[in-house]
Ligand binder design. Sequence first.
Ligand code: GTP
Ligand code: MG
Length: 202
Amino acid sequence: MIVRASFKCSSERISQVPKDSLPDIAFIGRSNVGKSSLINMLTQHRGLAKVSATPGKTRLINHFTINNSWYLVDLPGYGYARTSKSTRGAFSKIITDYVFKCEKMHFLFVLVDSRHEPQKIDLEFIEQLGMNGVPFGIIFTKADKLSKAQLERSVSIYKQTLSEQWEELPPMFVSSSEKSLGREEILTYIEEILKGFNKDGE
Ligand SMILES: Nc1nc2c(ncn2[C@@H]2O[C@H](COP(=O)(O)OP(=O)(O)OP(=O)(O)O)[C@@H](O)[C@H]2O)c(=O)[nH]1
Ligand SMILES: [Mg+2]
């Protein structure tokens, strides 16, 4: 479990991310999906990552040191562009460089709003992760806004949609930063990933 969490640095490009060998566990998703809120919930540090009701708040790669042994990484959201209507080019260079090229990036959680049906931009992003062999899981956010039945329906639609393309489904978690829902499950999963990392001595 998380004992200590502190802000490490903000990077504009991947050449600026920390140079040590601690692994990154990163969080990504559409702008406003609740990435920064989830990071605060997981670390139980209100205000560690900056939250805003206006999409596009997080613009840099933010590293937070956890227990002096790994980094939790808050990324800018994708899919927020005032000018462009198409999803083409929606993944900014900072995102694609980090996700597909940064060797520190060990595991990526893709956040999707549990209230929405699968969105094209998320499916497109997930497809790219698959093609590039990036290990990832999915977190459904803002579960407090739905009933249990609605939530189950959302998750099952997502599984159905992904099954059309994937033989094996990624791990999935339901969360609410308001209600601290999903904290145990997500942190336990991260611990498992990190055990594998330490064992392999990668
Ligand atoms: N009800 C509810 N609201 C949430 C939850 N998580 C986030 N929010 C709200 O959603 C809005 C966006 O939250 P952020 O955490 O800033 O979202 P983000 O994905 O980091 O956004 P960008 O940095 O702009 O990409 C804020 O108004 C939050 O208060 C949740 O679990 N439940
Ligand atoms: Mg943010």
